[in-house]
Design a binder for this molecule. Structure first.
Ligand code: VGL
Ligand code: ZN
Length: 201
């Protein structure tokens, strides 16, 4: 059963939206909170972007958008080094990503005292998607085991069909098994794991 679905094609169609999570300089090699091989997701995600642009379907990019001294930073007792500080170079979306100018930008984690991993948490993303009559999401970006994971789980709770673009995401792997666990958890929640090569027009 598993290998029948493994290679099957997924047609990008009306009702689909592409959601790219936190593809920001700080999460790429050389950034302040680098995801190993994070830069390798850009080419696959550009492939997905191409399909959505061709069909004029909605694309959203989330960004981690923290004020200086954010509660999630180590100096404030949080788990992370300072990253994605509003308007810094590290907070900019990766310039190699072929985002169309009409892509929706969703900012999260902007209040000093709360953190938001999911692109749905405290944002109007669900509202915008439902307005556009979107029912199916293709999700990729960084980091697989943190913000992508939470976004996918929220999307399932909110009733979306979800395809995780496996070659379009990479884990931070604070613990070595976090990446594998997050995949299992997303699949368990009903997300389907596909490669961007399976997307067809
Ligand atoms: C993220 C850690 C801290 C992410 C954001 O985008 O996955 N990870 N803030
Ligand atoms: Zn953050």
């Amino acid at each position: 059963m598993a290998d029948v679905t493994e290679h099957h094609e997924v047609r990008v169609q009306e009702g689909d939206s592409l959601i790219i999570i936190d593809l920001q300089n700080d999460f790429l090699p050389g950034g302040n909170l680098p995801v190993p091989q994070g830069d390798q997701v850009i080419e696959p995600l550009n492939r997905a972007i191409f399909h959505f642009k061709e069909k004029d379907l909605p694309i959203f990019a989330s960004r981690d958008w923290h004020p200086a001294g954010h509660i999630s930073f180590e100096a404030q007792g949080g788990p992370w080094p300072p990253h994605c500080v509003q308007n810094s170079k590290g907070a900019s979306l990766a310039s190699e990503l072929d985002l169309p100018c009409q892509a929706g930008i969703v900012s999260k984690g902007s209040s000093p005292d709360t953190d938001q991993y999911s692109a749905f948490d405290g944002t109007d993303l669900d509202f915008q998607l439902k307005n556009l009559r979107v029912t199916r999401l293709m999700v990729g970006g960084l980091a697989q085991d943190i913000c992508v994971r939470q976004t996918v789980l929220d999307a399932r709770r909110l009733g979306y069909e979800v395809y995780l673009l496996e070659d379009g995401t990479r884990p931070v792997n604070q613990e070595s098994e976090d990446g594998e666990q997050s995949l299992a958890e997303m699949e368990e929640a009903g997300a389907r794991l596909i490669e961007t090569g399976q997307l067809i027009m």
